[in-house]
Design a protein around this ligand. Structure first.
Ligand code: HEC
Length: 117
């Protein structure tokens, strides 16, 4: 009886929860992220970082590429965009999260896009 119940719970977990956890970002999430990164009034990341098909970019920051390889831990990438001063107190990169330039959700969309680079 008890075993049966546990089995039902595990099956529910496997069928109901796993696909949600495993699902990656949608194309809409990625497009929104690129919009935020490229927009002069939101991320404006191109002012300092070369990446993707961005034109007339600055080179104050390093080129953003190979993000999956360089940031296997999404949490670290999030922290750097939230507040790069935690990693380098002298940085010129704005602390996007700490200064409310981008919301938590917006930073997550930015990261969805960066992981396509
Ligand atoms: C005013 C210039 C500036 C802007 C704007 C800027 N950055 Fe940066 N960023 C830098 C600099 C300079 C560094 C180098 C590390 C440091 O200074 O601590 C850096 C480092 C980084 C890093 C870590 C280094 C690496 O190679 O992975 C990431 C990720 C990053 N920036 C992402 C972003 C994103 C995303 C945006 C837009 C939301 C952005 N940056 C906007 C200047 C900038």
């Amino acid at each position: 009886m008890r075993k049966g119940l546990i089995y039902v719970c595990l099956t529910t977990l496997a069928l109901g929860v796993a696909p949600v956890v495993l699902a990656g970002p949608s194309q809409a999430d990625i497009d929104r992220g690129k919009e935020l990164v490229f927009s002069r009034k939101d991320g404006n990341c191109l002012a300092c970082h070369k990446m993707d098909d961005g034109k007339l970019t600055g080179t104050i920051g390093p080129e953003l590429a190979d993000m999956n390889t360089r940031y296997p831990d999404r949490g670290i990438l999030f922290k750097r965009i939230w507040d790069e001063t935690q990693f380098n107190p002298q940085t010129v990169m704005p602390p996007f999260g700490r200064h409310s330039i981008l919301s938590k959700d917006q930073i997550n969309r930015v990261i969805d896009y960066l992981y396509t680079l």
